[in-house]
Design a protein around this ligand. Structure first.
Ligand code: HAM
Length: 422
């Protein structure tokens, strides 16, 4: 029987992990500049955490969660996203008690959603996300958006489009909700069963319906922007002013709604506008979630954050021809010509590595020529040759591969010599 990687997941082979590492270190470095610290939460949580926060009428909760019962009869779910777990950890570990507020956190790790597989959409994917919890200053909204843009721009991406919107506060959202119910209720019998369910629970989701999208009532539905109260409008203005101050370009799209229920006020997405990019153009999504902490039993702690998948980040780099990878350097390769030399090579290899020199040797009993070829393939900086004569003299032949020069160096001075050359 041949086993295959599960649908919607993939192996990352060494040919790809170099570019992953390059992106990961750029992300960590950017977070350091913005003073966001790393948090790591478990990959599974109590199921209810997600049904409550992401929302039980959302696609994620209704169709996409990997939920299972453990041997103790508890319902657990592989995390489909990182915000709810991070806010849970913020509440449970009483981070709200720290004098340094807001608490600025970032995470990078696998998320799981049972979605239809296509380019840029996987069932296991890695999200990098940040959450700034404890402040409702519009300036922190701009900081979070700026961090996301910065990560992409430092990686060299240019074809980006930042779209922002305001979903308003609870009062505005409730007023809009009532208006939607008034709009759809008289004709709800003409809609699908999903929409009929959504009418009371979450009428906003009716607007996302794929079955009824051509119903005439869809086009005339009341727009959220018409229901923003003065406070929400003023907040949104301040976010825009802060973005302007940072020199960040954006487009306001009143139709931008996000697929998770915990959002209010600022919502944003970053898209790739590159020609080479596939059908799914959203690279990053985020927004404000005042009230989420209270929803899951914590104190009042307004928050904002975003998440982006590394998979789509790399697709965008590929589309713009900006792929880079961390270089895995091989400083020295030892070519040993017989059994005795191989024993000495093992010893030298150990010494070199202890001194911080990346070194390797042949373990396939290859002939000298094949060993030289292997050193070449792996782009070794130096080749150290040990044979019968070298053993007798206690000194190896050291070849500088870039320059083609050769010298003889005592075994005991190999590490020191190579270090002085690097
Ligand atoms: P989201 O929009 O569901 O938001 O996901 C954010 C990003 O995760 C997407 O823009 C995309 O880059 C990536 N993503 C989502 N699903 C997949 C998938 N199946 N395959 C590959 N990439 C995917 C959230 O998850 C929120 N927690 C973001 C947030 C943080 N809001 C506030 N703080």
């Amino acid at each position: 029987m041949m086993f295959k990687v599960p649908r919607g997941t993939k192996d990352l082979l060494p040919a790809e992990t170099g570019s992953w590492q390059a992106v990961e270190s750029l992300i960590r470095e950017t977070c350091r500049l913005y003073r966001y610290e790393e948090i790591r939460t478990p990959v599974f949580e109590q199921t209810e955490l997600f049904t409550r926060s992401v929302g039980d009428t959302t696609d994620i909760v209704q169709k996409e969660m990997y939920t299972f019962e453990d041997r103790g009869g508890r319902s657990l779910t592989l995390r489909p996203e990182g915000t709810a777990p991070v806010v849970r950890a913020f509440v449970e570990n009483k981070l709200f008690g720290s004098p340094d507020q807001p608490v600025k956190l970032y995470y990078m790790g696998p998320m799981f959603r049972y979605e239809r597989q296509q380019a840029g959409r996987y069932r296991q994917f890695v999200q990098f996300g940040v959450e700034a919890i404890g402040s409702d200053s519009p300036a922190i909204d701009a900081e979070v958006i700026s961090l996301a843009m910065d990560v992409y721009q430092r990686a060299g991406l240019k074809d980006l489009r930042l779209v922002i919107n305001s979903l308003g506060d609870m009062e505005s959202r409730n007023a809009h909700r009532e208006a939607l119910i008034r709009h759809f209720e008289p004709s709800i019998g003409e809609f699908c069963s999903d929409c009929r369910n959504r009418l009371e629970k979450n009428p906003l989701r009716i607007l996302d319906c794929k079955v009824d999208r051509d119903h005439p009532l869809m086009k005339t539905a009341p727009a959220l922007t018409d229901y923003l109260n003065g406070e929400s409008e003023a907040y949104f203005e301040e976010v825009k002013t802060a973005l302007d101050a940072l020199g960040i370009e954006y487009v306001v799209d009143p139709n931008l709604v996000r697929g998770l229920d915990y959002y209010n006020h600022t919502a944003f997405e970053i898209m790739s506008t590159s020609d080479g990019f596939g059908a799914i153009t959203t690279l990053c999504g985020g927004g404000r979630y005042n009230g989420l902490s209270e929803e899951i039993g914590g104190p009042e702690a307004p928050g904002i954050g975003f998440a982006m998948s590394i998979e789509r980040f790399l697709m965008a780099l590929e589309a713009e021809g900006k792929m880079t990878e961390t270089e895995s350097r091989l400083d020295a390769f030892i070519v040993a010509l017989d059994e005795e030399s191989r024993k000495e090579a093992v010893k030298i290899l150990g010494n070199l590595r202890r001194e911080g020199i990346a070194a390797d040797m042949d373990y396939m009993n290859r002939k000298m020529k094949a060993q030289m070829k292997a050193a070449d393939r792996q782009k070794a900086g130096y080749v150290i040759v040990i044979g019968e004569d070298e053993l007798k003299n206690g000194a190896a032949g050291v070849k500088n591969m870039a320059e083609g020069t050769q010298e003889t160096v005592e075994f005991t001075r190999l590490a020191e010599t190579l270090k002085s050359r690097s």
